[in-house]
Design a protein around this ligand. Structure first.
Ligand code: 8YV
Length: 323
């Protein structure tokens, strides 16, 4: 009998069942669980040609550089901003990821955050729990239905957000580097114009250097004191300190955030504010979606080993394009 292929797993997977399934199918070493990961890499790096990681963990250059025979990477997630592009291209490694299967759940979360921020749902929950209801009235909030929804990043996830917006009778416009061919939605040629136009600005663009801090103080001021920001993309797209200042000063009305610049550490100033809803990067975190992502991680891996190519390959050239 043949020995199963050797796999270096960078860390624990976002679905525990996948840890078990990988270990059943392959000869897996989990780097994060080695007593001395750096030493393990130095001693055994040359014995691996396959790595499994996740969008959140990424794959830094120093790890790629310690794997001289690396050929395949299978990453759990649609974002690839944390995988070191230069190092992987230098190696000539084929990189698989999991686009498509999480669009609905991420768009659901965008709407959950949007509605929560607009209607003050999390704040209302805190109010009821601390006994506020018997002492005072809960404040009046903002209508979401019928408003203007600006989508920054009209890719697969942005389109799923736009489909949901139809059910809320919202007008939709978007900004991308380029207009999306065939999109029924209004294109605005700058993010600033989109922010000026929108009541709700939802960020669904890719992360990485190309989009870093594009949502800055100027964009937030354009969104204005009645405007709300929702981010389900990457924390790096939003200047978090500028956002905290805008929320604090009432220069925007509120925000809903699933992602942060330095996860798992949201800027402490955000924690003290009642007009922002915070979630711990859970937009894809449903049984159904994480299962579908895990299946694609396994399929990419198996396909690489059988054919030399993953089923879904990272489009490096489109790095800053909408996810
Ligand atoms: C996951 C994500 O939570 O897909 C992505 O890019 O950020 C999320 O879906 C992440 O991949 C888990 O590591």
């Amino acid at each position: 009998t043949q020995r199963p292929p050797r796999i270096l797993q960078y860390g624990r997977m976002p679905l525990p069942a996948l840890d078990r399934e990988l270990a059943e199918r392959y000869d897996v070493a989990v780097l994060s669980e080695q007593a001395d990961p750096a030493r393990f890499l130095a001693g055994h790096g040359a014995t691996f040609d396959c790595v499994v990681t996740s969008a959140a963990m990424g794959l830094p250059a120093h790890v790629v550089d310690a794997l001289p025979h690396l050929r395949y990477v299978s990453s759990f997630g649609v974002g690839f901003d944390a995988l070191d592009r230069q190092a992987l291209l230098r190696r000539g490694a084929r990189v698989g990821y999991t686009p498509g299967v999480l669009d609905d759940c991420v768009a659901d979360m965008a709407f959950a955050l949007l509605l929560d921020a607009a209607r003050g749902l999390s704040a209302a929950d805190r109010f009821v729990r601390r006994g506020g209801w018997s002492r005072q009235r809960f404040g009046i909030h903002t209508r979401a239905s019928g408003k203007r929804l600006g989508i920054f990043g009209m890719g697969r996830i942005g389109s799923a957000v736009a489909r949901r917006a139809a059910g809320f009778d919202m007008q939709v416009a978007y900004h991308n580097r380029r207009p999306v061919e065939g999109s029924p939605h209004r294109y605005l040629p700058s993010l600033l114009e989109l922010a000026r136009w929108a009541d709700f600005l939802v960020v669904t663009t890719a992360g990485g250097e190309g989009t870093r801090h594009l949502v800055n103080a100027e964009v937030l001021d354009a969104l204005g004191p009645q405007g709300f920001l929702v981010n389900v993309a990457r924390g790096s797209v939003v200047h978090e300190a500028a956002l905290a200042a805008a929320l604090q000063g009432g220069r925007i009305a509120g925000a809903g955030l699933d992602v942060f610049e330095d996860e798992p550490r949201p800027l402490p100033a955000l924690l003290a504010l009642d007009n922002v809803v915070l979630a711990p990067h859970i937009a894809s975190g449903t049984h159904e979606t994480r299962r579908a992502m895990a299946d694609l991680v396994l399929a990419n891996l198996a396909h690489c080993l059988a054919t030399g190519r993953p089923v879904a390959e990272v489009p490096w050239s489109a790095e800053a394009a909408a996810g």
